[in-house]
Design a protein. Structure first.
Length: 207
């Protein structure tokens, strides 16, 4: 259960897909899940141009790296934990970077509320038309098409791991580098990729 119906999985627009490799267990958020059993060799040969194949590949990567002990917190939190995570996130941002302009890529309700309640300058973007236009503590949720422009205004970009699955993460990383913006990936979906790429990751209550 999640604390509100605002979350993408609560609205049925995304689901949590689980992969297991031996005792390694991992999740990704995806709009196109897969059910079945594949060999690692089959996963490695997937064409990553489709979202379902990316879901399989990155979820399998997370499960394999979890099994190898290279990453942790690969299973999504639940209950009130997303809200508590939002409270911890804003404290972490203040400790690590100070009260700097922040871009939240992906409307995570608890994160949006905590950040806008405390920080002086926060921008929020999302791909879901139902979220675009929402007002959170006086801050309007903007379209993801604004990300490039907003990267020029902020010091830190907090990017949902789901961007790896929908394949928007790569241009976001490039824009962040171009503008000297610190990149932080949040959630479980990009756990393995963040480790490989050397990106900071924020996920407090992942299992």
């Amino acid at each position: 259960m999640l604390p509100s119906s605002e979350y993408a999985i609560a609205k049925g627009k995304e689901v949590i897909m689980e992969c297991c490799f031996e005792h390694g267990r991992a999740h990704v958020f995806t709009a196109k899940p897969f059910s079945g059993v594949l060999k690692i060799s089959e996963v490695l040969n997937l064409n990553l141009n489709s979202i379902v194949n990316r879901s399989i590949f990155y979820c399998s990567l997370n499960a394999l790296m979890r099994y190898l002990g290279l990453i942790d917190r690969t299973v999504h939190c639940k209950g009130r934990e997303p809200e508590l995570c939002g409270e911890k996130l804003v404290k972490w941002v203040l400790e690590e970077y100070g009260n700097v302009p922040v871009l939240l890529v992906g409307y995570q309700p608890a994160f949006a509320k905590s950040l806008t309640r405390v920080l002086s300058e926060v921008y929020i973007t999302d791909m879901d038309s139902e979220n675009i236009g929402k007002i959170v503590n006086g801050v309007k949720v903007l379209s993801d098409k604004e990300n490039v422009q907003l990267m020029r205004k902020v010091r830190v970009a907090l990017i949902t791991g789901s961007s790896l699955i929908n394949s928007t993460l790569w241009y976001l990383i490039e824009e962040a580098k171009r503008n000297n913006v610190e990149t932080v990936i949040y959630g479980v979906s990009a756990a393995g990729a963040a480790k490989i790429l050397g990106l900071r990751r924020f996920c407090v209550f992942g299992k």
